[in-house]
Design a protein around this ligand. Structure first.
Ligand code: FES
Length: 174
């Protein structure tokens, strides 16, 4: 037969478990709205896409727009810039990508890239640097006319975001 001293720990255990369970439910009730907020549904993500009208960007010009908090370069490349990018052999590249991989077929004159250097995130300066593309003033990375890293500490090409042409003059980014 169990003695009183043997029963007491069991009661205490029950109280600990019961208290812990109530605490966990309470914590979940407090935390859930926060967790839910960090998990946006499809309609919120769709709002993160933007449409941009390219018709105001002349050949040889760039504009910088904002998308999801990132600066994005939209470059209307000249024929010379396109030819220069196509002429580069892949084995000359630190992060080998052809020019065609970085643009949309039929719209090769448009180059769209996240405007943060892949080294530490500075915004490179356009139409400058040794390779006629972009130059990052922070630590001296040079990108070519396809936004590919050619010299300096940046490890990767400027990132091309997801985008599609809705028409010849309107692009949807995201
Ligand atoms: Fe561009 Fe360092 S952030 S080279």
């Amino acid at each position: 037969m169990a003695t009183q001293s043997e029963k007491e720990p069991n009661r205490r255990d029950f109280l600990y478990v019961a208290t812990g369970a109530v605490g966990a439910v309470g914590a979940a009730a407090v935390a859930w709205p926060l967790i839910d907020q960090m998990n946006p549904d499809a309609s919120v993500l769709a709002l993160a896409s933007i449409e941009f009208d390219l018709s105001s960007v002349e050949v040889g010009q760039s504009v910088t727009i904002k998308w999801r908090g990132f600066p994005v370069f939209v470059r209307h490349r000249t024929e010379a810039e396109i030819e220069e990018a196509r002429a580069v052999p892949l084995d000359a590249l630190k992060d080998p990508e052809t020019d065609a991989q970085r643009v949309k077929e039929g719209h090769e004159e448009w180059l769209i890239m996240i405007a943060n250097c892949t080294h530490l995130g500075c915004v490179p300066v356009g139409e400058s640097g040794e390779y006629d593309g972009w130059f990052c003033p922070c630590h001296g990375s040079h990108y070519d006319t396809a936004g590919r890293i050619r010299k300096g500490p940046a490890p990767k090409n400027l990132v091309v975001p997801e985008y599609e042409f809705l028409s010849d003059t309107v692009v949807q980014i995201g």
